[in-house]
Design a protein around this ligand. Structure first.
Ligand code: C2E
Ligand code: MG
Ligand code: MG
Ligand code: MG
Length: 290
C-alpha cells in the first residue's frame, strides 16, 4: 500500500514537473516574440536627494506589455529570461532604450545638475563576455554628454560573487567608460564590505527589507546606520530603497543616508509622466536659484 501511494505521489510529481517545463517553454517562446514585436517597456522611478527631496536620478525598470495578460512585472519573467539566456538581448534593449532617454533628458538639464539614470544588470549579463563592447557601442551611438547625464549600472552582490575576478574586470571597464557602479539589494547577499572594497563601486543601495520597519525597529535602524557609516568611510554614496512613508524618510535623513527611493517619492512610471516630473523639479530648482 505504501508502495503504491509512493508511486502515485511520484507520478503526480512527474506530471507537475512536465507542466512546469511546458509552461517555461511557452514563456520562453513568448519572450522571443515580445522582443520581435517590441512588447517591452521601461518604467522609471525617481530617486531623490535626502536633504532637498529633489529628483537627482531615475532607475529604469522593465515591464512586459503582454497582449493578453497585460502589464507584467519583471519578477514574473526575468528568472525565465535569465535561465534561457534571453536576458542578454532583452538587457541590450534596456541599455539602448536608456541611452536614448539619457540623451533626451540630458538636454533638459543644465550641466550644473546632472541627472542620473540607472540600469539593472542580471548575473548572466554581467558574465556575458561582450557586455563591455555592447555598452561601448551604445554609448558611442547615443553620445550623451557625461556632464548632463550620469549613467549607472546596478548589480547584486550575488551576481558579483559568481566570478569575482571577471566581475571586477567588467565593472572597471564600464567605469573607465564613465559609468558608475551600484550594489543593489545590499544586505541580502554576502554583504562583505571588506570584500567589496576590492571592487570598483560607487554606490550602495540598501535593500527594502531593512527600510520597511526602520521607524519602529531599532535593530534595522542600527543596521542601516552601520552600513551607511561604513559606506561613507569607503566614499560610497548610500541609497535607501523602498521608502514608503515620511516617518521612514525622517529616520533615514537623521542617519545621513544620501539618496532615497520609494513609493513615497514616486512609483515607477512611463517615460512621459517621468518627464513632466523632471520638468517640474527643474523649474523648481531654477526658481530656488533666483
Ligand atoms: P530592484 O532593482 O531592486 O528594483 C526595485 C524594485 O522595488 C522595483 O520592482 C520597484 O518597483 C520596487 N519598489 C520601489 N519602491 C518601492 C516601495 O516603496 N515599496 C515597494 N513595495 N516596492 C518598491 P520591480 O520594478 O518589480 O523590479 C523588480 C526587480 O526586477 C528589480 O529589483 C530588478 O532586480 C529586476 N529588474 C527590473 N528591471 C530590470 C532590467 O531591466 N534588467 C534586469 N536584469 N533586471 C531588472
Ligand atoms: Mg535596481
Ligand atoms: Mg534594488
Ligand atoms: Mg530590490
Amino acid at each position: 500500500e505504501a508502495k503504491s501511494a509512493g508511486r502515485a505521489h511520484y507520478q503526480l510529481f512527474d506530471e507537475q514537473m512536465q507542466m512546469q517545463v511546458l509552461a517555461q517553454l511557452r514563456i520562453e517562446n513568448e519572450l522571443h516574440r515580445a522582443l520581435e514585436q517590441k512588447e517591452f517597456r521601461l518604467f522609471f522611478q525617481p530617486i531623490v536627494a535626502a536633504d532637498t527631496g529633489k529628483v537627482v536620478s531615475v532607475e529604469a525598470l522593465l515591464r512586459w506589455q503582454h497582449p493578453v495578460k497585460g502589464l507584467l512585472s519583471p519578477v514574473e519573467f526575468i528568472p525565465i529570461a535569465e535561465e534561457s539566456g534571453l536576458i542578454v538581448p532583452i538587457g541590450t534593449w534596456v541599455i539602448e532604450e536608456s541611452c536614448r532617454l539619457a540623451r533626451h533628458w540630458g538636454l533638459l538639464r543644465d550641466s550644473h545638475l546632472p541627472l542620473g539614470i540607472s540600469v539593472n544588470l542580471s548575473p548572466r549579463q554581467l558574465l556575458q563576455s561582450d557586455l563591455v563592447d555592447t555598452v561601448r557601442r551604445l554609448f558611442r551611438t547615443h553620445s550623451f554628454d557625461p556632464r548632463c547625464i550620469e549613467f549607472s549600472f546596478e548589480v547584486t552582490e550575488t551576481a558579483v560573487m559568481i566570478d569575482p575576478e571577471a566581475a571586477a574586470i567588467t565593472l572597471q571597464a564600464l567605469r573607465d567608460m564613465g559609468a558608475y557602479i551600484a550594489i543593489d539589494d545590499f544586505g541580502t547577499g554576502y554583504s562583505s564590505l571588506a570584500y567589496l572594497k576590492q571592487f570598483p563601486v560607487d554606490k550602495l543601495k540598501i535593500d527594502r527589507s531593512f527600510i520597511m520597519n526602520i521607524s519602529e525597529n531599532e535593530h534595522d535602524k542600527a543596521i542601516v546606520q552601520a552600513v551607511t557609516g561604513l559606506g561613507h568611510a569607503m566614499k560610497l554614496a548610500v541609497v535607501a530603497e523602498g521608502v514608503e512613508t515620511e516617518a521612514q524618510a525622517q529616520v533615514l535623513r537623521s542617519l545621513d543616508v544620501d539618496l532615497l527611493q520609494g513609493y513615497f517619492y514616486g512609483r515607477p512610471q512611463p517615460e512621459a509622466q517621468l518627464e513632466s516630473l523632471l520638468l517640474k523639479s527643474l523649474s523648481q530648482t531654477t526658481r530656488d536659484n533666483k
